[in-house]
Every structure is written in structure tokens, then in C-alpha cells.
Design a protein around this ligand. Sequence first.
Ligand SMILES: *[C@@H]1O[C@H](CO)[C@@H](O)[C@H](O)[C@H]1NC(C)=O
Ligand SMILES: *[C@@H]1O[C@H](CO)[C@@H](O)[C@H](O)[C@H]1NC(C)=O
Ligand SMILES: *[C@@H]1O[C@H](CO)[C@@H](O)[C@H](O)[C@H]1NC(C)=O
Ligand SMILES: *[C@@H]1O[C@H](CO)[C@@H](O)[C@H](O)[C@H]1NC(C)=O
Ligand SMILES: *[C@@H]1O[C@H](CO)[C@@H](O)[C@H](O)[C@H]1NC(C)=O
Ligand SMILES: *[C@@H]1O[C@H](CO)[C@@H](O)[C@H](O)[C@H]1NC(C)=O
Ligand SMILES: *[C@@H]1O[C@H](CO)[C@@H](O)[C@H](O)[C@H]1NC(C)=O
Length: 471
Amino acid sequence: MHTMKGLMMKAVLLLSIMSFYSFCSGASNSSNKIGVNYGRLGNNLPSPFESIQLLLSMKAGHVKLYDADPEVLKLLSDTDLHVTIMVTNQEISMIASNESHADAWIDDNVLAHYPSTKIRFILVGNEVFSYNDRQLWLDLVPAMRRIKRSLNKHQIHNIKVGTPLAMDALESTFPPSSARFRSSIPAEVIVPLMRFLNSTKSFFFVDVYTYFPWSVNPTNTSLDYALMKSGINETYKDPVSGLTYTNLLDQMLDSVHFAMQKLGFNNVRVAIAETGWPHDGDFDEPGANAYNAATYVSNLVAKVTSDPPIGTPAKPGIEIPTFVFSLYDENQKPGPGTERHWGLLSNTGSPIYEVDLTGTSHENNTKLSEPSNNGPYNGKIWCVVASTASPDDLGPALEFACRQGNGTCDQLAPGKECYEPISIVSHASYAFSSFWAQFRSAGASCYFGGLAVQTITDPGHGSCEFPSVLL
Ligand SMILES: *[C@@H]1O[C@H](CO)[C@@H](O)[C@H](O)[C@H]1NC(C)=O
Ligand SMILES: *[C@@H]1O[C@H](CO)[C@@H](O)[C@H](O)[C@H]1NC(C)=O
Ligand SMILES: *[C@@H]1O[C@H](CO)[C@@H](O)[C@H](O)[C@H]1NC(C)=O
Ligand SMILES: *[C@@H]1O[C@H](CO)[C@@H](O)[C@H](O)[C@H]1NC(C)=O
Ligand SMILES: *[C@@H]1O[C@H](CO)[C@@H](O)[C@H](O)[C@H]1NC(C)=O
Ligand SMILES: *[C@@H]1O[C@H](CO)[C@@H](O)[C@H](O)[C@H]1NC(C)=O
Ligand SMILES: *[C@@H]1O[C@H](CO)[C@@H](O)[C@H](O)[C@H]1NC(C)=O
């Protein structure tokens, strides 16, 4: 028994050493270097050439694209950056349906650039289980298999195939030992996925943000625990596993480990496809500031670039390939304010806060002022026309807002309290506030495609009172 166990331990060790080397693929230098997500949902971003120069000057080791853009891949061939490309969700079913489509995808997006462009991961789809599209779920693993088979046909063995999932792939993540995959994801999808990742020695890629669970309930979880501050006194002991946690990221990563273990897959390693902290956001989004973002990212980098690797309480000593989200603030991401403020760099390419991606210098926030928005906001918030919005664009948004809910724009009718001033900006601000006050609890953002922003300055005038959200 002991010998068997010893042998198995050695096999496991060998396995992890082998996958460690395949992650580095010869260049021991980029092994535990940090990766950066190069998202491009902005209309004001630096060119791909400048962006790659910036990634190099920041000493990133890996870059992850959300597609397989030929211009970007061509430019990357002049660098040592290791590259992750993605098959978009729209391409999955086509690739799953027909092997020649997978072959064509590999011809166009890999063979055209590899090996001079150091492509190391192909991620198939993005957060597929976050969309309620059963056909897409069923097509995911067949598409991954076809992509892998096409690579094999060309004897390409140092590109791994995975799929990044959001934490909503799990239910009951707390305590970590109780975690399991969401029961709405059929076994006929999740088990083959695990089998594929296990047999190809790939990674379970997860998008993991401590910011979200913390910000939903900022008074319940300690901010230091979410920011991975060292030397904090708050720890959490999982009553079932007996493991002690000193930060929320480990807790979330181990919930993934335990969910995989429940399906019988103990050795599939976790990689972080996205993580980060927003440096700005709306009034109702606590903790979104540069001070916290700098703290989180430095602590993250120190953890995941550490040599020897630290791992997590359930998987100590295991390296966790990690991509920070994101290179830039992306001004065309919809949703709440934080969505447009995940960048390490502003849209001009200048750093929003200082961060050393090599992990050699530790967190240093002395140049940043202490944040004032770490607690929940208490007071009224309105939703008004953004100063950057063009009045010409407001018509459709105003009409849309007024059509929703009950009596949303009654006060704007001739003779009513808010009829005057008769200006589209004034009327749209009222409509946005009235709409948002009714639908925020149902998940609506104060955004309207960039036409609206939150304000804590009462826009009401005279006897015209604007509806507000009271926090
Ligand atoms: C690693 O980097 C050092 C300098 O940064 C360089 O001298 C060395 O050749 C590199 N090693 C590999 C394997 O790339
Ligand atoms: C797959 O696609 C190719 C090229 O589009 C086509 O010639 C072939 O008939 C397809 N095979 C199947 C099984 O649909
Ligand atoms: C995982 O892969 C290993 C090695 O390829 C294999 O021995 C093991 O049975 C696989 N685990 C499962 C649960 O399929
Ligand atoms: C606070 O967090 C604990 C876990 O840390 C959880 O069990 C509890 O339900 C949370 N309370 C609220 C009000 O969310
Ligand atoms: C942790 O607790 C110890 C003893 O209770 C105390 O001396 C120390 O200051 C605390 N550290 C922090 C960071 O709160
Ligand atoms: C942090 O930065 C400030 C200003 O650049 C410097 O004076 C200080 O020594 C640094 N502290 C650490 C611990 O590196
Ligand atoms: C509008 O009013 C109707 C009838 O009073 C009610 O059933 C419905 O829920 C209301 N809708 C909203 C969005 O308040």
C-alpha cells in the first residue's frame, strides 16, 4: 500500500513537473511570469504595435487575446511573449460540427503565425456556461476536441486547449470543501470537459474576482482578506477540510479544486484566465479605487510569481498560471462603472497606478491617497445625462426609458412638475433617474450606452423632484 501510494505520489509529482515545463516551453524565464489580458473593447486605445511595446516594457510574460487577430499575432512574432488566443463563442458550434472547420481555423489562426509567434494556449469560448444556451454547452467539448486533433495532425504538442469559465459554473462555493458544479450544467457536458482537460494535461481556466463577492457585502467580508493583504488576522477555517485560509482568492480557487475533486478529477490544475480589481466605478460600487487595485494586483503578482510556487491550501506548491484583467480601461464595455475601469493603463497607455508585474518589489501605496469609498455608500443617487453625451443621441434612450415601468415619465407631460425646462437633456436626465430608481433592484445599470452616469448631486429643481435610489 505504502509503495503504491509512494509511486502514485511520484507520478503526480512528475506529472506536475512535466506540465510545469510545458507551460514554460523551454523559456524558463516566462514560466512564472505574469500574463495580461489584452482586451480591446475601446474606441480610443493605442495601436496593437504600441500595446505590445507597453506589454514588453511592463515585463509581462504572457498575453491573452480575446480572438486571434492576425495583425496582433503577426506583431507578436517579433517578441518572446507567450500568447493565448481564443475561439469566440460564435465559432464554437461551427467548429464542433465539422473537422474541416477546425482544421481551417488552425490553418488561419495558428499555422499562419506559429512557431514564430509563441502561441501556448487556445481557449475555446468565453464563460460559455454563463449563457443560457444549451446547444453552445453541448458543442463546447466537441469543439475543443477537434481543435486539439487539428493541432496533433501538425505535430503541435506545446499548445494546450482550455475554456475559461466564470465562478458561476459553481454553486455553493462556501465553505470551499462544499463546492460543486452548478446542477444546471448537465453531466454530459461537465464530465467530458474534465476528462478532456485531464487527459490532455490542460488547465481548468477560471475567471476569478474577489472584488465581486466582497463588494456585494462589504461589511461581511474583510477588505484586507479580499485584497490578499499579508499578516492579517482574519483567517477562515473550513470546518470540513480543516484547511485555513488567509485570503479570499485561495478560498475561491479551492472551491474550484473541490468541485473538480467531487467529479473524481484530483489532478487537473487551475489557471486564472482573468482576475483584477477595478480602480474606479459608480457611487454604488464600494472599494473601486486605485489604492485597492494597486494593493490587489501587487499581492496577486507576488503570490503567483513566487519561486517556489505557493499554490493554495488544498493544492500547496502548485504553480497557477495567471492573467491580470486588463491591460487598458475599455470605454465600450457596457454595465456598471467598474466595467470600464479594470485597466492597468489608461487609454493613453500611461499607468493608472504603479505595479511591478515581475513581483520583485512589494506592494507600495505610499504615493496614493487612502480611499474614501471602501464602505457602502449611504444616501441618494440619481442617474443623469453624462457630460460627454451628445444631445442628438438622447432621443431613443429617452423614449426607451419612458416606455419601461409604470408612469416613468408622467412628470414630463405638459403642465406637470418636470415639464420645464423643455430640453432633451433635462427630460432625459429625469427619465434615466426614474427608470433606474424602478429597475436597479432588478439589475439595471445607470449606463444607457454611455449616455448616463450616476450623481449624488440632486438634479431636482423647483417643485420637480427626481426619483432616486436610496442606499
Ligand atoms: C533568462 O533571462 C536572462 C536575463 O534576463 C537571460 O540571460 C537568459 O538567457 C534567459 N534564459 C532563457 C532560458 O531564456
Ligand atoms: C465539412 O465541411 C466541408 C467544407 O466546408 C464540406 O466539404 C464537408 O462536406 C463537411 N462535412 C460534413 C460532414 O458536413
Ligand atoms: C486523469 O488522467 C490520468 C493520466 O492521464 C489517468 O491516469 C486518470 O485515470 C485520469 N483521471 C480520470 C478521473 O479520468
Ligand atoms: C456573511 O459571510 C458568511 C461567510 O463568511 C456567510 O455564512 C453569511 O451568510 C454572510 N452573511 C450575510 C448577511 O451575507
Ligand atoms: C493581529 O493580532 C495580534 C494579536 O492579537 C496583534 O498584536 C496584531 O497587531 C494584529 N495584526 C493586525 C495586522 O491586525
Ligand atoms: C514606497 O515608495 C516611496 C516613494 O516612492 C518610498 O519612499 C518608500 O521607501 C517605498 N517603500 C517601500 C517599502 O518600498
Ligand atoms: C405596473 O403596474 C401593474 C399594475 O398595477 C403591476 O402589475 C406591475 O408590476 C407594475 N410594473 C412595474 C414595473 O412596476
